[in-house]
Each structure stands twice: as C-alpha cells, then as structure tokens.
Design a protein around this ligand. Structure first.
Ligand code: HAM
Length: 430
C-alpha cells in the first residue's frame, strides 16, 4: 500500500478492524460523546470550539517551557506567512485564549465551557498513548472556592459512572499557592542535591528546570528517593491548607472516594492548589483516564484579569478502552428502518422514488443500486441492522402490493402500495 497513516494515529470506522481494536468504532465514539454532552448540560456547561492550531507562544507561556509537552512533544510548524504555529497539545490554554479574546471577562464574571476534540502530542506511541488523541474537557472561570473544585471532580466522576466504568481511583493533592511552591521547590532542591549523581538522566534535567517534576519520575534509580521526599503538604500556607481540607470534606460529603497522593504534581505548569487525576486498572500502563486542577494564575499570565479557574480533561480513547475491557454497554446501535431489495429496472426506479420520499420524511431507508441476488441482499440488510426488508419485483409493481419482513420478529405481512408511505411511517414507529 502506497499511503499509510502516520505513526501514532488511527482511523475510526463503523466496524472495529480486529479483536485488538475492538474498542474503536464510530458508534462507540458517538455513544460516549453523547453522554459527555448530556453530563455537561446537567452541570451547566456550554460548548466551546477552538481552532486546532494556535500561536506556539500560547502554549509555551500557558502550559510552560519546563513541561514535557512544550519541551519535547509539540507539533510546531511555520506556515507560509512565516508564523510559528502549534497543533494544540491540550485544550485549556486555547479555551482561555478564546475567552480573553472575546472580551467577555467583565460582562459575565462566571463561565463554564466544555470541549470535545483532537489534541496532538509527539509522544512515543503505545497502547493508550497516541500522537493524535481526543479529549473531553471542562473549564470553569470565575470562582476560587473549594466547592468549585469539588463540582469539577464530581462532574468527572458522574461522567465515568454514566459510562458504566468501574474500579477507578481518584487521586488528589494540593500544590498550594505560588509562594508555597517556591518554598517547596527550595526544600526539594536541598533534598535532592546531595543525591544528584544517582538520579536518572531525566531527573537531573528536571532538577535544573522544574524540580517538582522529579516526583513524576518512574525511573528505577529515582524511586526510593522520590518515595522519601518531603511532601508539599508541609509547605502549604494556611489558606491553601484550609482550601484543601474543605475540598476533602466536601468530597466525603458527596460520597466521592479519593486518595491523597502527595506526589501528584501534574505535568503542566499552570496549576496551583487542588490537582487531581483519575486512574483505571483496566488499560495497562497508560492508566490515567483524566486529570485536572485549579489554575488561578493562567488567565493573568496570558494578559487577562485576575480571574481564578479550574477544570479537567479526559482521554476519550482511554475511556472507551476501559469501557470495552470492562464489558460496559455502548447502548443499542440504531440501525436502518427499511432495506428495499428491487428485482429489475422498473422495480428499482419505483423503490428509488419511495426511499427518497421516506428519507424526506425522516425515515432511514436504503436499497442497493446494482442488481443483487436476494440472498446477498438479505445479508446486506442484516449487516446494516435494518428492521424491515421488502423484496419488490415486476409482480409486486403489477399487483400494487408486496411482502414486508420484520427481521427481528421474522414475521411477514402484506402491504398495499395505496397509502404506502403512511403504512411505512406507522411501521417505522413500532
Ligand atoms: P493531561 O493530564 O495532560 O491534562 O491530559 C488529560 C488526559 O488526556 C490524560 O489523563 C489522558 O487520559 C489523556 N491523554 C494525554 N495524553 C495522551 C496521549 N498521548 N494519548 C492518549 N491520551 C492522552 C491536560 O491536558 C489538561 N489540559 C487538563 C486540564 C483541563 N486541567 C485543567 N483543565
């Protein structure tokens, strides 16, 4: 084959390619996206759609130069006007840019947006990790209270619950104010410095660029040092401590189980105070199905007013994979209403007129356009999940009536061509 898809991406077809790809078909995506839209509505979020490319600086500044995303994973290119553009690696910075650009900051001080769409990161592809992947994300601007943090965590959990996911764990942490983080960075530097020579290569770089990211390390040589590192909770200022206590209390009150993971710092630089991540045991090493947190400093950093914000996003591939691996339902796929099988040219033209009238009335009907043997046409009807099949030849045209077979009940009845469309409408509603 001359052309193949680039590494780390995939196509979505109506049917999965094979058993291994069993999770991936368009009806699964539609089912999941529909639930995401409904959950968003229930929580008062409205959709925002932003371009898939932005000025590179938006991410350099917003997501942060020291993050893995900016330092090594961005798809950045020059356009013909010599502008440096980046395929969005995440949705938060874009959503904030759009919000600020629209100039609605003062008019309504409180906004809730959600988005669904592709993101791009140049990562090493593996199961659950792709170079083009999809996120569902939700962002709230304008409230800095703990209840707002808990609302976003709860929304994420409600989504997972409605998708039928099981055995997920919610991890939370607080990384405090910028002052608390600066203090904590100093504490961590003092802790790791005497052990610099034994740290992994990656962690040595992180020591210089953003020492807190060493806590994310999965390198064998770092594990023990990371496990014994001082925790950020000791460096938290009073306000952040109280905020975090309140988040935990409210989570308990809503009955949302969680684990405090003091090593959770998240890979993007814009966070402060509450951060969270949800993991699934059902999808191998890329187990994080979603994550988020508060990012009160991002809007001012992008040149906007001092508005707080909090949000999360989930990887849709990983959600569908978890559902598939756990045997969750993807709902009942809606098939066609009618499959017409014409026998001969006269019947074909008659059927073509009738399916056109049906479609215009909002009823799903198809027919093969080439002469097809009845047995093969029935197979096609079955695979298209049609509910009714009609075989129409010269005889039926002459007698102005035909048989219609219900493929679910296997029952057959005779219908007249007089009032045909009305009869079909009645049958479609059954
Ligand atoms: P993130 O943790 O980088 O956060 O990504 C969120 C989710 O996207 C991950 O938990 C994972 O499910 C999915 N994901 C990330 N990279 C890949 C990949 N290469 N392949 C497949 N799935 C992936 C953010 O992006 C933040 N914008 C979240 C946020 C929103 N924070 C506040 N608001």
């Amino acid at each position: 084959m001359k052309y193949q898809k680039p590494k780390g991406v995939f196509d979505i077809f109506p049917e999965p390619l094979n058993e291994k790809e069993g999770w991936n078909c368009s009806s699964h995506w539609q089912y999941v996206e529909e639930i995401m839209r409904k959950v968003s509505k229930d929580y008062g979020f409205k959709e925002i759609r932003t371009p898939i490319f932005e000025d590179v600086e938006l991410f350099e500044r917003g997501v942060g130069e020291s993050s893995d995303i900016v330092s090594k994973e961005m798809y950045t290119f020059k356009d013909k006007g010599d502008r440096s553009l980046t395929l969005r690696p995440e949705g938060t910075a874009s959503a904030m840019r759009a919000f600020l650009e629209r100039g609605i900051t003062q008019k309504y001080p409180y906004h809730k947006f959600y988005y669904i769409g592709p993101m791009f990161r140049y990562e090493r592809p593996q199961e659950g990790r792709y170079r083009q992947f999809h996120q569902f994300g939700a962002e709230v601007i304008g409230n800095k209270g703990p209840m707002q943090d808990v609302e976003t965590i709860d929304m994420m959990c409600t989504l997972f619950h409605r998708l039928g996911l099981k055995d997920l764990t919610v991890y939370i942490n607080s990384i405090g104010s910028s002052k608390a983080r600066a203090d904590y960075r100093r504490t961590l530097r003092a802790y790791f410095e005497p052990h610099l020579d034994v740290l992994s290569k990656e962690s040595k770089v992180r020591f210089e660029k953003n020492v807190m990211r060493i806590l994310d390390s999965r390198e064998e040589e770092d594990l023990e040092l990371v496990a014994n590192a001082p925790t950020i909770l000791d460096s938290l200022d009073q306000e952040s401590k109280e905020h975090f206590e309140e988040v935990k209390r409210l989570l308990e009150k809503l009955g949302i189980p969680f684990i405090v993971n003091t090593k959770l710092v998240r890979g993007l630089d814009y966070y402060n105070q509450t951060v969270f991540e949800v993991k699934s045991g059902a999808i191998g090493s890329q187990s994080s199905v979603g994550g988020g947190g508060r990012y009160d400093g991002l809007i001012p950093l992008l040149g906007g007013p001092d508005l707080p914000a909090v949000g999360f996003s989930c990887g849709i591939e990983r959600l569908i994979q978890t559902m598939h691996n756990q045997g969750a339902s993807f709902g009942k796929e809606e098939g066609l209403d009618f499959f017409f099988i014409p026998m001969g040219a006269v019947a074909a033209e008659w059927c073509f007129s009738e399916i056109t009238a049906l479609r215009r009335a909002g009823i799903a009907a198809v027919m093969p356009f080439e002469e097809t043997k009845v047995k093969r046409a029935f197979d096609l009807a079955l695979s298209s999940k049609a509910r009714f099949v009609l075989v129409i030849g010269d005889e039926e045209i002459k007698n102005k009536k035909c048989k219609i077979k219900n493929l679910e009940s296997r029952l057959e009845e005779e219908i007249s061509f007089d009032g045909f469309i009305e009869t079909m409408k009645r049958l479609a509603k059954q």
